[in-house]
Ligand binder design. Structure first.
Ligand SMILES: Nc1ncnc2c1ncn2[C@@H]1O[C@H](COP(=O)(O)OP(=O)(O)OP(=O)(O)O)[C@@H](O)[C@H]1O
Length: 219
């Protein structure tokens, strides 16, 4: 789970990106994070990934108070968080299989385990028959699914996404959000930053709204 307790973030230039933000995302839950450009969504996600430290307040992820994780604990913390980006960030000179395998290869898993887990992840996103395809030959929606498979292949308990449907049309966007909902249903904690109010307000999940760094609503 993810818990923010009166979290404030002031950047070195004096800008207050987050002000006294408190909310929780439970296991089995998908929560949407929304707000205008510059409202603080990316800052909030960066705090969860320990790419930034809060100025005040406490962030707890999977039972760990992040202020107690030293530098040497950061890689293990990040392995517990799958991240999906808007622009996929795929390696375009490598086939789908290699892209999804990347986090496992870096973590030193043996080939058999890599094969097993990559195929399980590709199966979950409906791309099992595309493992040898090169990313350029895939549609935007399929490329985003590869990004999602790569995010979940290490079986992280937490899944974060930053504008994961930004480049997709409404039907594909809805399919991608359904995939995230499926991961929440099997026990992940899922937090998705999205501008796409017309889409997310149709889906029956909690929406946390930021305005100028303050939480202005959760419903
Ligand atoms: N490293 C930084 N140093 C100073 N200010 C920053 C830094 N990163 C972000 N900011 C500022 O903090 C505010 C919040 O930025 P953030 O990227 O979290 O917003 P956002 O809601 O994700 O916006 P967008 O939807 O445009 O990505 C913005 O005003 C931004 O300019």
């Amino acid at each position: 789970m993810i818990s923010f307790e009166r979290v404030s973030k002031r950047y070195d230039n004096g800008h207050d990106a987050l002000r006294e933000v408190s909310f929780d995302v439970n296991r089995d839950e998908l929560v949407f994070l929304t707000g205008h450009s510059g409202a603080g969504k990316s800052t909030l996600l960066r705090l969860i990934m320990l790419m930034e430290q809060p100025t005040r307040g406490r962030v707890v992820v999977n039972g760990n108070d992040l202020s107690r994780i030293g530098r040497r604990g950061v890689p293990a913390h990040r392995r517990g968080i799958g991240v999906v980006f808007q622009n996929h960030r795929l390696l375009f000179d490598r086939p789908v299989f290699d892209n999804v395998a990347l986090p496992l290869t870096i973590a030193g898993y043996d080939d058999r385990e890599v094969g097993r887990r990559v195929r399980a992840a590709l199966d979950k996103v409906g791309l099992l028959d595309h493992e040898r395809a090169m990313p350029v030959t895939l549609s935007g929606g399929e490329q985003q699914r590869v990004g999602i498979a790569r995010a979940v292949v290490g079986r992280p308990p937490v899944l974060l996404a930053d504008e994961p449907t930004g480049n997709l049309d409404p039907a594909l966007s809805a399919e991608i959000m359904q995939l995230f909902a499926d991961f929440a249903r099997v026990g992940l904690t899922v937090l998705i930053a999205s501008h796409d109010l017309s889409l997310i307000s149709r889906l029956r999940h909690r929406i946390v709204t930021l305005r100028e760094g303050r939480l202005v609503g959760t419903h």
